[in-house]
Ligand binder design. Structure first.
Ligand code: UT7
Length: 330
């Protein structure tokens, strides 16, 4: 008979680079203001990777912190999945670079690219390997170096994004706790609303693409905003249904940190008070695939998550894509 094992999070770690770029710094770079950025997004500052650093470097730091937290050596890891919209290269996979840099010589490694929803998809994927009994220790990382892909003269996007990484270790858990439900989805009709047009096989890099700035993040913010508000509602509702819970049962909501107004709309819709939602967009901006694991780590370190709590993760982004996860904290 086909049976699956329960899966839990056995450790977590995150890393944000020390270099801070405030809204006031941005005021000197583009025509914007601290007031506009704060009021429209909730962001006050963001972290930027240092010169020469890239996504795999941030992912490596987060992975090492996670292994220390879990008390596990790199040699014990069976699989590494890196979710990123800003991988070091189109190939090789950033996960392979991390596998080498942390010395996880026994691990398989692959990347997942599904925009800001990447971590939720990677978590669901990693959990399947443990649930099926194929692997015992799976490292799931969300890591981004978006500062390299942002057009620093485009005020509509450059104030939004930041760099960082978060990692979790998945292992077998006990029935009735751990990762109890996922809901994943996509609507590819919105593929052009948030994209990095050039540099892939559809539009290879050329002097023309560089001249037109097509190697930078392109986003139609208002349309993505509308999608996000609608889909957070739908994804959370679905994942709660799948584990037989209601919004009142949510102990801690950890949403993707894209815009404070999107988060507030979700809180209002579900009747969740601000002390039950994790918000750190003010400090880090939108770190895409890294935002949920960083926020989850910080919440745990701050003592905001307790054993038995229903923790709900939700994210949305390029694709368009969306996903939610329900965890009974163990
Ligand atoms: O993580 C992936 C998913 N991403 C998201 O979820 C992002 C969703 N979208 C958003 O968060 C918001 O749409 C933004 C924060 C990107 C933009 O906020 P908005 O309230 O939708 O503003 P808008 O794009 O409608 O722009 C309003 C005005 C425009 O000026 P006009 O045309 O009214 O004269 C913009 O040019 O604000 C202007 N504007 C700015 N002004 C000062 C746009 N960016 C800036 C800026 N500083 N940085």
């Amino acid at each position: 008979m086909y049976s699956t094992r329960p899966v839990k999070i056995a450790g977590m770690g995150y890393y944000v680079p020390p270099n801070v770029l405030t809204n006031f710094d941005l005021e000197k770079m583009v025509e914007t203001s601290d007031a506009w950025i704060r009021e429209r997004t909730g962001i006050r500052e963001r972290r930027l990777a240092g010169r020469g650093a890239s996504t795999s470097d941030l992912a490596t730091e987060a992975a090492m912190a996670c292994l220390r937290d879990a008390g596990v050596t790199a040699r014990e890891i069976d699989l590494i999945i890196v979710a990123s919209a800003s991988p070091d290269y189109l190939f090789p996979a950033t996960a392979c670079i991390v596998q080498h840099s942390i010395g996880a010589v026994n691990a398989a490694a692959f990347d997942m690219e599904i925009g800001c929803t990447g971590f939720i998809y990677a978590l669901a994927t990693g959990a399947q390997f443990v649930a099926a009994g194929m692997y015992r220790k799976v490292l799931v990382i969300g890591a981004e170096c978006l500062s390299r892909l942002v057009n620093w003269s485009d005020r509509t996007t450059c104030c939004l994004f930041g760099d960082g990484a978060g990692a979790v270790l998945l292992v077998e858990g006990s029935h009735g706790e751990g990762l109890v439900a996922f809901h994943l989805g996509a609507d590819g009709s919105g593929k052009d609303l948030l994209s990095l047009p050039a540099g892939g096989a559809r539009m290879p890099a050329s002097s023309e693409t560089v001249e037109k700035g097509l190697h930078y993040i392109h986003m139609e913010g208002k349309a993505v905003f509308k999608f996000a508000v609608k889909i957070v509602d739908a994804a959370v509702t679905k994942v709660l249904e799948k584990c037989g819970k209601t919004p009142q049962d949510i102990g801690v909501l950890i949403p993707h940190q894209a815009n404070l107004r999107i988060i507030e709309s979700a809180c209002e819709r579900f009747g969740i008070s601000r002390d039950r939602v994790v918000v750190n967009i003010d400090k880090y901006g939108n770190t895409s695939s890294a935002s949920v694991p960083i926020a989850m780590c910080e919440a745990l370190h701050e003592g905001r998550i307790e054993k038995g709590d229903l923790v709900v993760l939700v994210a949305f982004g390029a694709g368009l894509s969306y996903g939610a996860a329900a965890i009974i904290w163990s």
